[in-house]
Structures are given as structure tokens and as C-alpha cells.
Design a protein around this ligand. Structure first.
Ligand SMILES: *[C@@H]1O[C@H](CO)[C@@H](O)[C@H](O)[C@H]1NC(C)=O
Ligand SMILES: *[C@@H]1O[C@H](CO)[C@@H](O)[C@H](O)[C@H]1NC(C)=O
Ligand SMILES: *[C@@H]1O[C@H](CO)[C@@H](O)[C@H](O)[C@H]1NC(C)=O
Ligand SMILES: *[C@@H]1O[C@H](CO)[C@@H](O)[C@H](O)[C@H]1NC(C)=O
Length: 417
């Protein structure tokens, strides 16, 4: 009988209180856990996590805040904590970034009086236990949430304030202006919205952690080719006006306005390319090639065919370089700076070939005529038609090549400041 009582007692005891080892845990921890259990039991007793706390006794056709007794719009904030540029695909006009975000909102059903619960002001729980808004990226190509669906946590405080942390990779489409390539700066927007809700009911806010607005941190957010130079946030309204005009006989225009509002939190990044790669892979080599080729084309004593060969090889090289550049830029209508630079080099080379050919032909045509009568002037012209004319042209063309190169480098310094 006593044995049975002991068995029942131990069973009962082990059911009503969890095993608490005071050597492993300080007593205060047990008190806290008890209070927290009480608190969460009470909070979640009548809580339905599938229904939102957004106040809907609102006429959506009225302006914001028309009802003075209604609560303020339910607000939802996206807070940018860190951003990392992953890649920029110019031909496809896509920019991928990893965003570390916090989102926070209020749920009035999850507020309590801390003095009733031993001054407990916060606790953490699984996100499934509470209602949470669905953050939606707007107009992006691809979004990937790195969190495991089952392991998302939220923190709740006694005012009904909830927050959680999101880590996402977003691939956004950004229109790129490559007219200054490779000294270009691009602006890209990443947009988030809360679909379905009306704007009179819900307010979307965006914030940026002040700590990252620092040049040192900015350096870590770009990649080796692109440098982040500005990060701004704002909220915009996407508004469609769909006017259905109806003109009747007495010339009264009845316009019914249908507006679809979508509230968007926008993070805008400005990135600048590091042009060094293109300077030493394309700009400088093509300058050297052009410079040497002009010398080769005007080289005295070389026969006509080898001069032409030098010119043609140069043209082929330039065309190849243009092809390399074409892989890096979107197929837009405007020619980038680098393209203009290479095309000018090409044109200079064409002029060089044309001049050399023309001088040779001119000499062949003019020499017999000049030799008909011997005067000092004619002798001078004959000499001038030889090397002096070629050298003058060569120097002019070399100067043009140098000027072209200098202008290109000038854009670099202009961009760097
Ligand atoms: C938990 O709640 C019950 C019932 O409301 C109460 O009797 C008990 O004292 C509470 N425990 C704590 C630790 O507050
Ligand atoms: C967001 O809503 C909460 C609770 O309704 C309110 O206390 C807070 O002031 C609001 N924030 C803004 C920026 O309106
Ligand atoms: C809760 O906080 C109030 C005010 O700070 C304090 O007077 C009270 O003793 C605290 N209660 C407990 C149980 O810690
Ligand atoms: C960043 O952009 C904002 C808004 O356009 C502007 O006011 C600010 O001067 C910019 N900062 C830099 C460093 O360009």
C-alpha cells in the first residue's frame, strides 16, 4: 500500500512540475519560466494567428484619417540592417543584393501589463504562433529567403510590438545607362510592398540602420568591380488613375476615378564601377597598339604591302576589342564612351591607311609631271611629297591618338572626384 502511494506520488509529482535541478539553473530562471508560461498561456488563449489585427472599420474611398476616432493606420516597417552587392549583370540589366532586414509591426492583441507578470516585458516565440504580414518584393526578378520556414523567430514586447529578422537575396531589374562605360554610375531600386491592404488602413515605413551610413562600411558592401556610393530609402505610392470619362449631351463630364494604391518601401543604391580593369585591359593597350601601328604604317622604306598589313592588323585588333566590350554592356541604343574611344582609334587608323595610299599614288602621278621642267619650286614640291609630308601626317595622327587617350583618362579623373 505504501509502495503504491509512493509510486502514485512520484508519478503525480513528475507530471505537475518539470524536473528542476537547482544546481544547474539558478532559482530566478525557474521563476522567470513560470511567469513566462503564465503570460504566454494567457496571451495565446484566444489568439488566432491566421487573422490580422488591421483595423478595417474604414471606408476605403475616404481620405486617410477622415475618422478621428479610428486608430492611426496600422504601420509596418522594413528596417535595413546591412546590404551586400553580390553581382551586376550588365547585359541582362540585373543587380543582385543580399539584404539583412528587420521588419516590425504592432499587434494590439499581444500587449499585456508587465506589472501583472513580474515585470516581464519581452519574450521570444516561433513566428507561426503569431500573425505576421507577408513582405513582398515588388517588381523584382527573384527573391530568395535564406531562413528555414520552420525556424523563424519573433520577439514580442508588452506594447504589442513584434519584430523579426530576414535575410534575403534579391535580384532586381535595373535600367542601366552605360553611356559613360567604363566610368558609369548606376542607380538601382529594391522595392517592397504589402499587397492586398488598402492604403487608408496600412502604412508602410522604411528605415536604414544609421551605423551603415558610413564610408568605411560602404566599402564592404560593394564588390571588387562596383563600389557602393549612396544608399537612400523612401516610401512611394504607386498610383494608377483609371479615368472612365463619359461625356453626355449637356456637356457635363462625369469622371469616375478608380485608384489602386500600393505602398512601397524603396531602398535605392547607387553603385560606381571601378574602371581600372578596362583601363589596363582595353584603353591602354589599344592606345599603344594604335601609336605603334601609325609609326609602322608611315615607316620609310617599307613597301606598300607591309604598311597596309600593319594597318589592317590594327583594325582587326580594334574590332576584336570592341567585341570584348560588347559582352559587358546591354544592347542599348547609345554607344558607351569606351566604344567611342575605340571607334575613334579605328578611324585614325583608317585615315592613316588612306593617307599613305593617297601619298603613294600622288607621288606616282606627280613625279613624272614635276620632272618635265626643272625649277627650284618643283624640286621642293617633289621632296615635300616624299618623307616630309608623311612625317607631318604621322605626327598629326599620333597627336590625335594621344588626345583621344588623354580625353579618356580625363573622364576617369573627372569620375573619381
Ligand atoms: C500563474 O497563474 C496562476 C493562475 O492565474 C496563478 O495562480 C499563479 O500564481 C501564477 N504563477 C506565477 C508564477 O505567476
Ligand atoms: C505605429 O503604430 C503604433 C501602434 O499603433 C504607434 O504607437 C506608433 O506611433 C506608430 N508609428 C508611426 C510612425 O506612426
Ligand atoms: C516591477 O517594477 C516596478 C517599477 O520599476 C517595481 O516597483 C516592482 O517592484 C517590480 N516588480 C517586480 C516583481 O520586480
Ligand atoms: C545620397 O542621396 C541622397 C538623396 O538623393 C542625397 O541627398 C545625398 O547627398 C547623397 N549622398 C551622396 C554621398 O551622394
Amino acid at each position: 500500500m505504501i509502495f503504491l502511494l509512493i509510486v502514485i506520488y512520484t508519478m503525480f509529482g513528475s507530471i505537475t512540475s518539470f524536473y528542476y535541478n537547482s544546481e544547474l539553473y539558478v532559482p530566478k530562471h525557474k521563476d522567470f519560466l513560470d511567469v513566462q508560461t503564465n503570460l504566454t498561456d494567457q496571451l495565446f488563449k484566444d489568439y488566432n494567428p491566421t487573422v490580422s489585427p488591421v483595423y478595417t472599420w474604414i471606408d476605403v474611398e475616404q481620405p486617410i484619417g477622415y475618422d478621428r476616432e479610428a486608430p492611426k493606420r496600422w504601420n509596418y516597417t522594413v528596417f535595413l540592417y546591412y546590404l551586400k552587392l553580390v553581382e551586376v549583370k550588365e547585359p541582362e540589366e540585373k543587380v543582385s543584393v543580399v539584404l539583412e532586414l528587420m521588419e516590425y509591426w504592432f499587434d494590439a492583441r499581444l500587449s499585456w501589463n508587465p506589472s501583472h507578470f513580474h515585470n516581464t516585458t519581452t519574450f521570444y516565440t516561433r513566428q507561426d504562433n503569431v500573425w505576421s504580414p507577408t513582405l513582398t518584393a515588388f517588381g523584382v526578378n527573384d527573391i530568395m529567403d535564406f531562413r528555414d520556414q520552420d525556424n523563424r523567430m519573433v520577439c514580442i514586447d508588452n506594447t504589442g510590438f513584434l519584430w523579426n529578422y530576414i535575410s534575403v537575396r534579391v535580384s532586381a531589374n535595373c535600367q542601366m545607362d552605360v553611356s559613360r562605360f567604363p566610368f558609369d554610375t548606376q542607380i538601382c531600386q529594391i522595392q517592397f510592398c504589402l499587397p492586398i491592404f488598402y492604403r487608408v488602413q496600412v502604412e508602410v515605413l522604411s528605415e536604414i540602420y544609421e551605423g551603415i551610413m558610413d564610408e568605411k562600411i560602404f566599402k564592404t558592401m560593394g564588390n571588387s568591380e562596383w563600389k557602393l556610393i549612396n544608399l537612400t530609402n523612401r516610401v512611394e505610392v504607386l498610383k494608377y488613375n483609371d479615368n472612365m470619362g463619359n461625356m453626355d449631351l449637356v456637356r457635363v463630364t462625369v469622371i469616375r476615378e478608380f485608384q489602386l494604391f500600393l505602398f512601397q518601401a524603396i531602398f535605392e543604391i547607387t553603385i560606381r564601377r571601378n574602371p581600372l580593369y578596362y583601363i589596363y585591359m582595353i584603353v591602354f593597350p589599344s592606345f599603344v597598339i594604335n601609336f605603334v601601328s601609325i609609326v609602322g604604317v608611315f615607316l620609310n622604306g617599307a613597301d606598300k604591302m607591309s604598311r597596309l598589313n600593319v594597318g589592317l592588323t590594327n583594325i582587326m585588333t580594334m574590332t576584336f576589342i570592341l567585341g570584348v566590350m560588347a559582352d559587358k554592356i546591354p544592347r542599348t541604343g547609345n554607344i558607351p564612351l569606351l566604344g567611342i574611344y575605340i571607334i575613334i582609334n579605328l578611324v585614325i587608323m583608317l585615315i592613316a591607311i588612306a593617307i599613305v595610299t593617297a601619298i603613294t599614288e600622288l607621288r606616282r602621278w606627280a613625279t613624272p609631271m614635276l620632272k618635265l621642267k626643272r625649277t627650284a619650286l618643283r624640286a621642293q614640291i617633289e621632296t615635300f611629297l616624299g618623307p616630309p609630308l608623311e612625317y607631318t601626317c604621322a605626327i598629326i595622327l599620333e597627336l590625335m591618338t594621344c588626345a583621344n587617350f588623354m580625353v579618356m583618362i580625363g573622364f576617369w579623373f573627372d569620375d573619381g572626384s
